[in-house]
Ligand binder design. Structure first.
Ligand SMILES: *Cc1c(COP(=O)(O)O)cnc(C)c1O
Length: 223
């Protein structure tokens, strides 16, 4: 089996300039994160609040943590001191709560808005219509402690790469609509987080600036 270091090298060597890697370390022990850190990786993604809160103090302080899972409202306060980007904002209510909790500890936090484009109903996120409407109602841009930096999405779990491409294209077009609309004065709205181990090459073709890769770096997860 290839080492974490080899896997990291292999993936990052293929990433075009301007595309950053979020190493998705969920369910992997800190020893494996430390191996990735040793190899130069600084950006890590976790999808469960308790796990992020437990791992963060065990890693060097220059690690940047992206939260990428469904965020329960009662967990926002716990992750706020640790997280650099909350990628998975899936409702206006959550955005409002993030504003409140960021203000409470006097920080500014970067977030991405999660768009639901996959066929599976279980995945979370705004629909395209909801997001465009929220933008028109000025519900996305009125937060002094939150910088909305772009969109995040997951494609359907399928081998059909045309379907995946179609979904990433919807994300890209929605991003451009918002960038021309409610975010036209924002310097921060520049990120498209899409692509995982099996579909990141497709995501990059559709303009991903962040890819979130777990299995192809750390191997299979032991749940
Ligand atoms: C687990 C996860 C990933 C990484 O998935 P892999 O297939 O292991 O690369 C990416 N994004 C999100 C939101 C995840 O939950």
């Amino acid at each position: 089996m290839a080492s974490i270091q080899d896997n990291l090298k292999n993936v990052t060597a293929q990433l075009p300039q301007g595309v950053r890697l979020v190493a998705v370390s969920k369910f992997h022990p800190v020893e494996e994160l430390a191996a990735a850190y040793e190899a130069g990786q600084r950006l890590f993604g976790e999808n469960r609040a308790q796990e992020l809160v437990a791992k963060a103090p065990q890693m060097p302080s220059d690690v940047r943590w992206h939260f990428i899972g469904h965020l329960q409202k009662n967990k926002v306060r716990a992750i706020m001191p640790h997280v650099s980007v909350i990628e998975s904002v899936d409702s206006v209510e959550l955005l409002q709560l993030i504003e409140k909790e960021a203000a409470r500890i006097d920080r500014t936090v970067d977030v991405l808005l999660q768009l639901h484009v996959a066929q599976e109903e279980t995945k979370s996120g705004f629909s395209v219509e909801e997001l465009v409407q929220a933008g028109e109602q000025n519900l996305l841009t009125c937060y002094p402690h939150v910088r909305v930096c772009g969109l995040m999405a997951m494609a359907s779990l399928t081998d059909d790469m045309e379907q995946v491409a179609h979904e990433f294209d919807i994300v890209r077009r929605t991003y451009l609509t918002l960038k021309d609309g409610p975010f036209d004065e924002s310097e921060h709205f520049n990120e498209l987080s899409m692509g995982m181990s099996d579909d990141w090459q497709v995501a990059v073709k559709y303009g991903a600036t962040l890819v979130r890769i777990g299995t192809a770096i750390f191997g299979p997860r032991r749940y």
